[in-house]
Design a protein. Structure first.
Length: 218
């Protein structure tokens, strides 16, 4: 019987064979150690360890598309409508001034700038000044005869701003749209209260859809 080979080269062969066996075993086991045995899917990250990348089923591109497709909040919609309403009524004031050769007072322009910005404190203060002091209610006339021809656009802009200030945005839109949506072709709307006057007027004049005939007794 031939005795075992005890030469140095034989020992190196045994060590290399052992290392090769461990390497093969690691290659088989490690790829599966972070997978769920039942599903074959990656196991949940340990507590306190953040997972990176997009949520399952929603990659980065899809997230961007979803974000871009979101509708703006009611507050943003109402703020934009009030700003557009203010710009339209400021233009009316200047058209009146051009027609009757009247200079538009600087304070009137400042008022419309405040309405467009949605700055309620400034809106209220300037309107109070234009109205001439302590009169109550938005329906009272201007404090000077020079403002009389400009007063209706000023009044409507203030009334709209006041309702935006007082009403939650979604309720304001629901209320105004319920009135406008109830109007059939050929019908006109007449409002009496401040909300019934100014909310439908603002929404009607800033819609991208069909506009209705809206007038009030205010």
């Amino acid at each position: 019987m031939k005795p075992p080979d005890s030469s140095p080269s034989a020992g190196r062969k045994v060590v290399l064979a052992t290392l090769l066996a461990f390497a093969l075993l690691a290659g088989i086991v490690l790829p599966f150690q972070h997978r769920d045995v039942g599903t074959g899917l990656p196991a949940a990250a340990p507590a306190g360890v953040a997972r990176t990348g997009a949520p399952p089923g929603l990659d980065a591109t899809a997230r961007l598309r979803a974000r871009a497709g979101r509708k703006p909040a009611a507050e943003q919609i109402v703020a934009r409508k009030l700003a557009l309403f203010a710009r339209k009524h400021r233009r009316i004031v200047h058209e009146i001034g051009a027609k009757y050769h009247l200079a538009v007072p600087t304070e009137v322009d400042r008022f419309f700038e405040a309405v467009e910005a949605g700055d309620w404190e400034k809106i209220h203060a300037i309107f109070h000044s234009l109205r001439g002091g302590d009169q109550q209610g938005p329906g009272n006339g201007p404090g000077s005869e020079d403002l009389r021809r400009f007063w209706r656009p000023i009044l409507e802009a203030f009334g709209a701003a006041e309702q935006v200030h007082e009403w939650p945005a979604q309720q304001l839109m629901d209320y105004g749209n319920s009135i406008l949506d109830s109007l059939k072709p050929g019908m006109a709307y007449a409002g009496g209260t401040d909300p019934g006057c100014f909310i439908p007027t603002m929404l009607n004049e800033t819609t991208d859809g069909e506009q209705h005939i809206v007038f009030t007794q205010k």
